[in-house]
Design a protein around this ligand. Structure first.
Ligand code: NDP
Length: 310
């Protein structure tokens, strides 16, 4: 069985920063990239709020550079997925999707979070046929068409703005009577003539023959002003937040009510000695790439200190 001092699970800014720091500290590491190498930033366009890039940087490019930097300082970066892990005894044993087992003295969980869906049957029915949770991945298919984006946060505004440059019209379906997004993002969508915001609106379902042709919506749901109506659309984009990727841990680490890993207040320590968490998987509050990168550094330093104390 392969043995490492630090197994890093996940390849977003947290995972790569942890890999850079552990490598430079001469800790024998192994980073397993997971289902979406590079993480959520590979699904976005230009990143303008990651310090050090005055003109912004493309998300894919930023992640490719982080990966290369980790490799350059000696990190062992491999594709694959950790499907199971036994955290009951140290050294821990992780199993990959190809059946290999890895023995690790410490583990840094940096598996991030995945897009949430509304839970409608129609989302499954039309998966890949008009339903998407990534405008930058799929927006290209909707040039000069009509699309809807669900959500009122920064992601929804960013996706709606991006789509408005491709599609002929973009609806935003917002369940409250206001946008939760930052003032700057709100201004951006308000300024676009082809974005129409449907406030106080929920989605009931989707319809269409061989793909999405429209959505059944309802205004003022659950009140005496309730008003069902339909919109004709070709694409339906979800942007209602994310769920932390902690299922593979199978209840072995303490999680909060929403599934985020609970860490010690002043470090990245989890409920199991030798296991640390970094990035969005343990961060319901900030969820920013730069914060994730910082927490990857913290997790690496915590793991290094833990190893030194053994
Ligand atoms: P948020 O949690 O901030 O927003 C989610 C949105 O989806 C809210 O409008 C919420 O409505 C709505 N929503 C949630 N569940 C449902 C549902 N079941 N039905 C209908 N609507 C629903 O998530 P984001 O992904 O937008 O942002 C996450 C974090 O990342 C935030 O901190 C954000 O600031 C940050 N971010 C920053 C960016 C940037 O700075 N460039 C870009 C993207 C994200 P309600 O308000 O009613 O709860």
């Amino acid at each position: 069985m392969e043995k490492v001092q630090c197994l890093i699970i996940g390849s977003g800014p947290a995972g790569y920063s942890a890999a850079i720091y552990t490598s430079r500290a001469n800790v024998k590491n192994l980073l397993i990239e997971g289902l979406q190498p590079g993480g959520q930033l590979t699904q976005t366009t230009t990143i303008e709020n990651y310090a050090g890039f005055p003109d912004g940087i493309d998300g894919q490019q930023l992640m490719a550079q982080m990966r290369q930097q980790a490799i350059n300082v000696g990190a062992d970066v491999r594709s694959g997925l950790i499907t199971a892990i036994d955290l009951c005894h140290r050294p821990f044993v992780a199993t990959t999707d190809s059946g290999e087992q890895i023995q690790a003295e410490t583990v840094i969980v940096a598996t991030g979070a995945s897009a949430k869906y509304l839970g409608l049957d129609d989302e499954k029915k039309y998966a890949g046929m008009g339903v998407s949770a990534c405008a930058t991945c799929d927006g290209f298919f909707y040039r000069r068409r009509v699309v809807a984006v669900v959500g009122g946060g920064d992601t929804a505004c960013e996706e709606a703005h991006y789509l408005s440059n491709l599609a002929s019209k973009v609806y935003m379906i917002v369940r409250k009577d206001y946008l939760r997004a930052s003032a700057a993002m709100q201004k951006r969508v308000m300024e676009k003539e082809n974005i129409e915001i449907l406030f106080n609106t929920n989605t009931l379902g989707l319809y269409g023959q061989d793909g999405v042709e429209g959505a059944h919506l309802v205004r003022f749901k659950g009140t005496d002003k309730e008003e069902p109506f339909d919109i004709a659309i070709d694409g339906f984009f979800l942007a209602i937040g994310h769920k932390p990727n902690t299922d593979f841990l199978a209840g072995q680490l303490a999680l909060d009510d929403n599934g985020y890993i609970i860490t010690d207040a002043v470090s990245t320590r989890t409920s199991v000695d030798g296991v640390f968490a970094a990035g969005d998987v343990a961060d319901p509050r900030y969820r920013q790439a730069i914060v994730a990168a910082g927490s990857g550094c913290r997790a690496a330093l915590d793991a290094e200190k833990f190893l030194a104390a053994q």
